[in-house]
Write a protein that binds this ligand. Structure first.
Ligand SMILES: [Zn+2]
Length: 187
């Protein structure tokens, strides 16, 4: 584990930004480096996961339900993550972060993004749709709901680690379709 202390680019605090990095070996995947920036003055935080090996563009899918929500997921900064049945998608963008988590952690991240959207929504229709999606996520986590988790990464730095997870190489056309953006949800 490495620790570096430096000035914060956000609040200009002197020696308030702590940068921590560590490497970890992920089975069937390779070595990754997780790094976290945290400012003790203004609270600025950013974390990222970098795969240290060259990989092929890849698409992983897994039918998720309450029995496999502990499945490990490595999502790099370049990955697009989606659950088509729920109309949920998070695309890589300037603010996207890489992380190592599990399916439940992915769902919790979607939930908090939707909760924020509900707060900001002005139209009743959008709020209702968002609440319906939250209900479906809850159903996935604790009841009989199922859906497909899709992870697409043009750099192959992401993975769903489960025997039932399917994976294949992304085609050139699919790679072109993957764009940058922010968390979106529809329906
Ligand atoms: Zn700061």
């Amino acid at each position: 584990m490495n620790n570096i202390v430096t000035d914060c680019p956000v609040c200009n605090g002197k020696n308030t930004l702590e940068m921590t990095s560590k490497t970890e070996e992920i089975p069937y995947f390779g070595e990754i480096m997780e790094s976290t920036l945290l400012c003790t003055k203004c609270g600025y935080k950013h974390s990222d996961t970098i795969c240290l090996e060259q990989k092929e563009p890849v698409r992983y899918t897994l039918e998720i339900n309450k029995n496999n929500i502990n499945t490990r997921v490595v999502k790099s900064q370049t990955a697009t993550l989606s659950i088509p049945e729920l109309g949920l998608k998070v695309e890589p963008g300037p603010k996207s972060q890489g992380y190592v988590s599990n399916v439940e952690g992915v769902l919790i991240r979607f939930e908090s993004a939707i909760a924020t959207a509900i707060e900001w929504a002005e139209e009743e229709q959008i709020k209702e749709n968002a609440l319906r999606i939250l209900e479906k996520i809850e159903n996935l986590k604790s009841s009989d709901g199922t859906a497909t988790l899709v992870v697409e990464d043009p750099f192959g730095h992401s993975i769903i680690i489960h025997d039932d997870a399917k994976h294949r190489k992304l085609s050139e056309d699919e790679i072109k379709e993957l764009n940058t953006g922010f968390i979106t949800f529809e329906k």
